[in-house]
Design a protein around this ligand. Structure first.
Ligand SMILES: [Zn+2]
Length: 298
């Protein structure tokens, strides 16, 4: 091969690697559909509906908070190979437009799963509270949107997706019923959490999100605000304060030491299994709200 021709081939390969990440394959009929989802719960919904016919990649890694997450070049490469981008919406993914612009692919369908849900406005989320998936009845609507999007990108699999969606919606209904059964036994109604992720949950099950440690995730709360949290714990005689794995627990432990309450965990994102996540959260809420002796008296 002439030197010039060889250089040209190397140049083309290098450009392909840059453009396609070096791992793009020709899609065959038997290959699964590649799906992107912003957070673990939405990725799980896509897996439940898509079954073995989809390959789901979650963009915001386990342990990271959507409120402090930033787009990476790897995500752009990932998106360029994908058929569907599943977002929550309501400001949870401020980087999404940049990602979609970078991909500029006609074959990428984008679905905002919370788009038809009535949004709760609060002072802490500029676009409204995005954490709709923590209410199983609203999660239901997100699953239906994901099923419709999957049917759109692969009409041949429509019936398969529909059956999977129905089966999963039934499990969400059972979760909702179980939470209501637990709620009947809660003698306390007040939650003190890290940030206002649980508003859709607390409203659905007649609880009150009394105070949050981080009203503005990503910035430190003022000493005055922390005093208000401590006063609220004393006023409602809370027995626990809830930490979230995506945020440092230091402040929560400081407040717990000051007030003598237990530290329990409420995880809005989990590691992949939404139903298991919500059942663990439910068990933890039980510990805080069911009748029983307080861990320490104030
Ligand atoms: Zn939030």
């Amino acid at each position: 091969m002439q030197l010039q021709a060889r250089f040209y081939v190397i140049f083309l390969v290098a450009v392909s690697v840059l453009l396609f990440g070096g791992c793009q394959k020709q899609k065959t009929d038997s290959e699964s559909l590649r799906i992107l989802a912003s957070i673990n719960p939405l990725a799980d919904f896509a897996r439940q509906v898509g079954g073995e016919r989809v390959e789901v990649v979650v963009l915001i890694p386990t342990g990271a908070s959507p409120h402090t997450f930033e787009l990476t070049p790897k995500m752009m490469v990932s998106a360029s190979h994908s058929r569907l981008l599943i977002l929550n919406g309501i400001g949870l993914e401020p980087w999404a437009d940049d990602l979609i612009d970078a991909v500029s692919s006609d074959s990428l369908l984008v679905v905002e799963t919370a788009s038809d849900i009535e949004i709760l406005m609060d002072d802490d989320h500029a676009a409204g509270n995005p954490h709709v998936w923590l209410n199983p009845r609203l999660a239901r609507q997100q699953v239906e949107k994901i099923a419709a999007a999957l049917q759109q990108i692969s009409p041949a699999d429509s019936a398969y997706f529909a059956i999977n969606a129905q089966n999963y919606l039934a499990l969400l209904d059972t979760l909702d019923i179980d939470i209501r059964k637990h709620a009947q036994k809660w003698t306390h109604r007040s939650l003190i959490c890290v940030h206002p992720a649980w508003e859709y949950f607390t409203r659905e099950y007649s609880l009150e999100l009394t105070q949050v440690v981080l009203p503005n995730p990503g910035s430190e709360p003022s000493p005055r605000h922390l005093q208000q949290v401590i006063q609220a714990i004393r006023r409602v005689q809370a027995r626990a304060i809830f930490s979230e794995p995506q945020f440092s627990p230091a402040l929560v432990h400081t407040i717990a030491a000051e007030t003598g309450v237990r530290v329990l965990t409420l995880d809005p994102l989990g590691t992949g299994d939404y139903l298991a996540l919500m059942r663990q959260n439910l068990a933890n809420i039980d510990q805080a709200l069911k009748e029983g002796p307080r861990c320490q008296t104030l």
